[in-house]
Design a binder for this molecule. Structure first.
Ligand code: PDD
Length: 286
């Protein structure tokens, strides 16, 4: 089916949507993005994604393409036009183009480029992958130093996923100065003796919207959370591990660098958090 996508004010068939070859998103990854999930035809944590988008834009002195209300309307219209019950909405804002290539930013009156499209993913909430759990490898984190800004510089995360695939695994956790930063497209956690451990927020990792919600829900469920640096070795000795992201919610991890965690099936805390997250998020969806 041909999707209807959104480009700079227009709803178009995907085959007719166009962006300039001089767009700085294309030439320089001078762009930020958000991925928002859809369950029951409704948006999960739209507010969180809108707030983080605003912050990413502001950190890069990029203009806001439209208001939050307009963004919400565009998201909802795309969900409706494409009949999405379960899936994702990808949004990208770039610094646009003034018709040439230049390292310096274009003039202030250059309009940002805004693009949104849907990804239909029936069964996203009930995914077989979440029942099996993910196998992870660890790789060096060689990304730039502002990972808190959600830019489209995804070449290394993409290479990381390919390294995982080549090793017969599902994903990679990145390690810097001996400590796990995050997954290629998710935040990372392990559980030992009932305590959930995850890296604290800083410019070293993306401030996950799912992370924020899951940590709040964990606290509400009287679970103990410790935000501190941790090593891959600690995670390998854990009872269980998991990741969080808008695209996979809470994803259990069952193997790290060939070491099986627990009995090799998703752990009880990851499973419980996934249930709570899906349940609460559906209730709060807009
Ligand atoms: N990725 N860390 C990184 C590096 C990410 O790319 C993501 C999200 C997260 C989790 O953030 P959130 O909970 O807000 O989705 C953490 C999205 C899903 C992606 O690139 O497709």
């Amino acid at each position: 089916m041909t999707r209807t996508v959104y480009v700079n004010g227009d709803y178009l068939p995907e085959t007719e949507a166009k962006v300039s070859i001089f767009d700085r998103g294309f030439l320089m990854a001078d762009a930020v993005y958000e991925v928002t999930s859809v369950l029951d035809g409704k948006l999960i944590d739209f507010e969180g994604h809108a707030v983080r988008l605003k912050r990413s834009l502001s950190e890069l002195q990029m203009a806001e393409p439209c208001s939050k209300d307009e963004l919400l309307e565009i998201h909802r219209k795309l969900v409706e036009l494409n009949g999405i019950e379960e899936g994702l909405i990808y949004l990208q804002v770039s610094r646009g183009s003034d018709g040439d290539r230049d390292f310096a930013f274009p003039s202030e009156d250059t309009k940002p480029t805004i693009v949104l499209f849907t990804q239909n993913k029936p069964g996203l909430a009930d995914s077989p992958a979440s029942k099996k759990g993910a196998k992870i490898i660890s790789i060096d984190d060689i990304r730039w130093g502002r990972r808190d800004i959600k830019t489209t510089q995804l070449l290394y995360p993409s290479l990381g996923k390919m390294m995982a695939k080549a090793a017969g695994c599902d994903d990679a956790w990145m390690v810097e100065d001996g400590y796990v930063t995050e997954g290629t497209s998710n935040n990372a956690y392990f559980v030992k003796g009932g305590k959930i451990v995850t890296r604290p927020l800083s410019t070293d990792i993306l401030h996950g919207i799912t992370r924020k919600a899951v940590l709040r829900m964990a606290a509400e469920a009287q679970m103990v959370v410790e935000e501190r640096l941790f090593t891959v070795d600690e995670a390998k000795e854990a009872d269980e591990a998991f990741t969080t992201s808008a695209s996979a919610f809470v994803m259990p991890v069952v193997e790290i660098d060939g070491v099986t965690l627990g009995d090799g099936t998703p752990g009880p805390i990851a499973k419980r958090l996934r249930e709570i997250y899906l349940d609460e998020s559906r209730k709060a969806a807009v």
